[in-house]
Design a protein around this ligand. Sequence first.
Ligand SMILES: Cc1cc2nc3c(=O)[nH]c(=O)nc-3n(C[C@H](O)[C@H](O)[C@H](O)COP(=O)(O)OP(=O)(O)OC[C@H]3O[C@@H](n4cnc5c(N)ncnc54)[C@H](O)[C@@H]3O)c2cc1C
Length: 383
Amino acid sequence: MATAFFLGERGETDVVLVEQSWLGSGTTKGGLGGIRHQFVDELDVRLSQVATEFWRDFESFTSSAHDFEQNGYLFVAETADGMAALRAPMPLYERLGVEVEMVGPQRIARLVPGIRTDDLKGGRFGARDGYGVPVDALAGFAAAAALEGVRLVEHVRVDALITENGRVIGARTNDGEIRADRVLLATGAWTAPLAATAGVRVPIWPYRRSIMEAAGPFPKLASIPLVIEWESGLHFRPKGAAQRFAMPNLTADGAIEKGPAAPPPSFDAPALDSADVPPQFESWVKARGARRMEPFAHLKITDRWSCNYEMTPDEHPIVGAVPGTPGLYIAAGFSGHGFMHTPATAQLIVEELLDGKATTLDIADLSIERFRTGRRPFTTTVL
Ligand SMILES: Cc1cc2nc3c(=O)[nH]c(=O)nc-3n(C[C@H](O)[C@H](O)[C@H](O)COP(=O)(O)OP(=O)(O)OC[C@H]3O[C@@H](n4cnc5c(N)ncnc54)[C@H](O)[C@@H]3O)c2cc1C
């Protein structure tokens, strides 16, 4: 949707966006909305810098409101190893001019009223980070793109790409064919089977993660940073008077699993319907929450959902033209951090689509080519 918006901005209005269900029905509806600069790879930090500039001025760019709260991201660590991991990228942040600081228990207690700090070694705080609302942002991009003249079609599924002499020249849908000079797959966890119809192997697969909400109210926590326990993976952030919690997965023996151990043998698309949250997750969140925060001593979970991360083997997206298949582009596989980078990746893929090369940032490392050559330019970053 953001790509459609930026195409419209560039005056390209002969654009059609095809959505198999309703806009936002994929991973976007399920996200926590975190927006952070605190990555370990330079390109991720730079994407966050470009994106955050846009998030801050979303309303003036799209004429729609988006509740971007720049209240920061706070990682807290209980162990010396955790502190060492948090400290490791500090020189990168300094070099790129990102406002991130190592913080001690006293500062943590001031940032988050009611947090338990006696078991903490310290943490890392990024004041320029924050959180937004993915479906609101999507609606803003959609409204602006529609006004620019982009055509949005819901409840139509692309069944296959149409190729001619190795070039992608359109898409076959359950409502007829669409011919196009260029086709962008921004199809999240559903990308692999669709790309396969043009003979392109895309290593993206779904990986379930869950979120819970406690209605509160938590009056003193309405503008706290998004907090992440480094060791356990518990996240929480305010959403109005409520608090939202994201958590790692739990294995059958109760161990924490932050990401998939390895890619699956085949890359399949998920079902469209949503899955239940495993019941043991609620007791885990309640216990972890009560342990960390005095206001969470008696949490009442009022909502919960599971949704799919769209994983790639190096937990980084595939963004760019597909070498060897002219006419085909991909922006998918954001591996659990696609919302925050949306305005950046959308602008960059538009530069590739219209100018032949992204210029705002060099995104050659995000090309699908890395999975063909075995080159691994990134560190894995699932939280
Ligand atoms: C629990 C959870 C927490 C998260 N937290 C964060 C966070 O804090 N910060 C962050 O930045 N990110 C977060 N994410 C990740 C983020 O939500 C995703 O990276 C992002 O929403 C991906 O957007 P997308 O548009 O690429 O994919 P999607 O939202 O999945 O959109 C792809 C769309 O393509 C459509 N489609 C697919 N195939 C076809 C077809 N053949 N024909 C027509 N339409 C098709 C789908 O229906 C879908 O609507 C989280 C994700 C989850 C699950």
